[in-house]
Each structure stands twice: as structure tokens, then as C-alpha cells.
Design a protein around this ligand. Sequence first.
Ligand SMILES: [Zn+2]
Ligand SMILES: [Zn+2]
Length: 328
Amino acid sequence: MKAMVLEKYGSPLKLKEVPSPEPGEREILIKVSACGVCRTDLHIVDQELDGANLPLILGHQIVGKVEKLGRGANRFKVGERVGAPWLGNSCHTCEFCTSNRENLCDKPTFTGYTKNGGFAEYACVHEDYLLNIPDHYDDLHAAPLLCAGLIGYRALKLCEAKKSIGFYGFGSSAHLLIQVAINFGLDVYVFTRPGDEKKQKFALSMGAKWAGGSNQMPPILLDGTIIFAPTGDLYVSALKASKKGSKVISAGIHMSDIPSFPYSLLWGERSISSVANLTREDGKEFMEHVLKSPIECIISSFKLEDANEALDAIYKGSVDGSVVLTLQ
Ligand SMILES: [Zn+2]
Ligand SMILES: [Zn+2]
């Protein structure tokens, strides 16, 4: 099969012919038709995360059809459409798995990180971790739901904002989550890179109540904030923009160091936290939510062999919405 392979950290992915994977016990071989590109993929390429073994096929927002069933797999039929998210398996025995927190599993499998992912014509994923996708999304527009959408959804729930919420960064995840937040009855305040009027306009067009630079204060103090951009300084900005008792949640897997800040910013029961991975339950709940209250995915699509350009578009923030590889 054709695959874009990461052979060396910090260097472009290479188009290669590699053997198609064979589905193992209860695994499913997916014929990939679309795969979302995520900032996490950039963190892996840049070796900011240390869980990967090279060579590796990235990609953890896979949409495709079931091509072949591994031994014992019976949840899906050949030809059925499935979605594969970031969490590819969990151990079922650690203290986290046994307390409904498989997102924190000690021995997890992550698609496109600890195991080959979907920047390829075929990928294998354990059937229990696959998701059904609402029919009204075509494959390309469904792909960003699988990480940008559902890990963002987990962050939104953990944030517990009552009336207003701030988003720092307005990329793939934020453009989906603003729609969910508005469905939840929240007013959304969006912070972009200072001076990025194009992104601010995009945020306003998606229903933001206010948009400005991350160096600005919002017109009101916020009930909660989510940080989507991988910049530690933003925790300090977000705390300054936060009401007493509110939470600042980072939705990213990696960010630069958080600078020291005065305790008075945290005082008043403000708290800071991260969101890590997802549970199968999050995935199911999110898909049910978008079935009832559809949200629009705005995408730019790239061919598989143009995956490096796709990664670059995320790095530069040069496209609005989500970036998806197409194999159709
Ligand atoms: Zn992701
Ligand atoms: Zn576990």
C-alpha cells in the first residue's frame, strides 16, 4: 500500500510502498478514505512527544470502510463505514481503566503514535475502539470529528463553564467546539495571535461574541477557558481573563513551559488543568451530540502524498478550520 512514513524526526514524511497491515485478534482492517491531520502529528514529527517508534505512519482521525475482519472481530461488517480515533486500545486492568478513566490508561495504544495510523491506504484498529459516524457527514468532513471534535468536547465538559467561555487559539478543534458551546447556550470569546484579524473575523463569522488578540482582555471576565494553542504563556493570560471559581483547561497534548505567575491569579478557586486523550464513552456521547445537533466542519483537503504541505498548513495556521488528507 501507499503510505506517508515518518522515518526521521524533524524531517518530512516520505511516500513509500509498504506491506498492508494484517488485522490481528479482534482488529479490523480499514480501507482509509480520509484522515484528519492534527497538531499532535506535528508534535510527533518534531519529537516533542516521546512515545513513538520510527518508522511510523501518523494519523489518528481515520474514516474508511471495513475491508477485512481479524479473528474474533464481529462488531462491524465488511463494507461498513467506521471512524478510528486517537485511543486505539487500553489495558482494562490498570487503576485508571478499572475506574472509567481509560483515557489515562498506563499501557494505552494510540493510533498513529504507538501504532501505525491513517496516513496510508489501509490501517488496522481494534474493533472496540472504533466509532460509528452520523450519516450526514461525508468521509472528509467526518474526519475532524474524531480528534479535533471529540477531545475538544471532553475539554468543554471538563471546563464546566456556565454562561461564557474563552477559547485561546481558533484552529481545527476550536472551530468545531464553538458550535457545540453555542448549542450549550454559552457565549464564546475567542483569542487569536495578536493582530491576526483574519482568524478573528473567521471566529466572529462562526458566532463568537467577541474576538481579539491573546494579549487583550475580554470585555467581561469569563466562566471558563480552553487553551487550544500550544503556548504555556496562555495559561497566565487565561487566568487574568477568568472569573473566580473558573477553570482553565488545555486541550493540547504538548505545550511550551508555563511561566511563573503571582498566586493572586490562581486565588479565588481558579484552577488550571489539562485534558488527556479520550474514553470510548466520550466518543459515543460526542457522536450522539452531533447527530442531534449537527455542527459544520470547514475543511481544506490535501492528497495523501501532499501530507507534508498539510502539516505545514497547520504549523503556519494558514487555513481556516480543519486539514484532512483524502484517499478517495
Ligand atoms: Zn489529534
Ligand atoms: Zn489501563
